[in-house]
Write a protein that binds this ligand. Structure first.
Ligand code: ADP
Ligand code: MG
Length: 321
């Protein structure tokens, strides 16, 4: 019998995850402050924020591990409050520290998890399928404690997928992995993402760039941005731009400030300047005219492109460290 490995036995189903005005208090501390967003079928959404931003708290509320102080979460129109058993069948969750039973063997553990979801007679087939999908075939008979962090993460993903949920909530799936393992897990998430709706948290912007189509950035319990990954980089580049110019001869600040359209000038060394302007105003021509007029020469000039990492730091006000 020829059996192909499938991520899921069905094609991607319509699903929706709606988070409406969620607030969570730990004592007096507001870990989440009026968070709202909606995730639609087939998206891979990056939930990005510095440590302590509230990512794990939000994810635990979505999967019903803790309850919110106020607001509602609904999955496919079902409010999580009162429907958590039903909803857990539709959601796969990889917790932050991926707690595994280290004394169990890989396959034994996945059989155990399948048992929790009462997969019944399908258990054997599904466990084998998921082992193959997550690249655990050679490790299936090993004890979990013997495996590297990368393989343990695969087991966590396998466990999250075993009941074939429509939605996956992955809390920092690559944190603590080495660069090769990170790439392997990202590839696996991309593969799974073809048939699932995924929300994953991370504190690394590159992670979002590498795998997500959309990013929700939170800081101190509040959403600071919710946008398509390609748009956020464009939007933030629009605000202002910096060009770096090296002149042949020294220039005084009061001279340079005569350049048309300049917002701010910063002298980095005698001849090297950072010049800021509004983005709709590319001042490179004006800088060139200025040099000619002052009988100076431009040795080099380049426009700074902001990396996603810079943008993230700006949005979360963490550019001071
Ligand atoms: P993240 O996952 O983004 O790093 P968390 O959701 O874990 O952030 O935490 C958000 C804030 O809530 C942090 O300031 C954290 O210290 C606090 N917090 C998290 N869990 C608890 C808890 N069980 N009791 C009290 N404070 C908590
Ligand atoms: Mg966390």
């Amino acid at each position: 019998m020829i059996r192909t490995v499938v991520v899921s036995q069905k094609n991607i189903k319509n699903m929706s995850l709606t988070v409406n005005k969620i607030t969570k208090l730990y004592g007096k501390q507001k870990a989440l402050d009026n968070i709202s967003f909606e995730i639609k079928t087939g998206e891979i959404v990056g939930f990005l924020g510095p440590n302590g931003a509230g990512k794990s708290t939000m994810m635990k509320i979505i999967v019903g591990y803790i309850s919110q102080t106020s607001g509602e979460v609904s999955v496919n129109g079902l409010n999580t409050l009162g429907n958590i058993i039903k909803i857990r069948k539709q959601i796969g969750y990889l917790p932050e520290h991926n707690p595994l039973y280290l004394n169990m063997y890989v396959k034994e553990y996945l059989n155990f998890v399948a048992g929790i979801y009462k997969l019944g007679i399908n258990t054997h087939t599904r466990v084998n399928e998921i082992i193959e999908l997550t690249g655990l075939t050679l490790e299936r008979k090993k004890k979990i404690s013997m495996l590297s962090k990368g393989y343990r993460q695969r087991i966590g993903l396998a466990a999250a997928l075993i009941h074939d949920p429509d939605v996956l909530i992955l809390d920092e799936p690559t944190t603590g992995l080495d660069p090769n393992q990170i790439i392997e897990i990202r590839d696996l998430i991309l593969k799974i993402g073809k048939e699932k709706t995924i929300m994953l948290s991370t504190h690394i912007m590159q992670e979002v760039e590498a795998i997500c189509s959309r990013v929700i950035i939170i800081d101190e319990g509040k959403i600071v941005t919710d946008n398509l990954v390609k748009q956020i980089s464009e939007i933030n580049q629009e605000k202002e731009q910096t060009i770096f110019v090296e002149f042949e001869k020294d220039i005084e600040k009061n001279e340079i400030n005569t350049i048309d359209g300049l917002l701010e000038s910063v002298e980095l060394s005698d001849k090297l300047w950072a010049l800021k302007s509004k983005d709709d105003n590319d001042i490179r021509r004006n800088v060139f005219d200025f040099a000619v007029k002052n009988k100076n020469r431009i040795i080099s000039m380049y426009k700074e492109e902001k990396s996603m990492e810079d943008i993230f730091r700006e949005l979360t006000n963490r550019n001071d460290n």
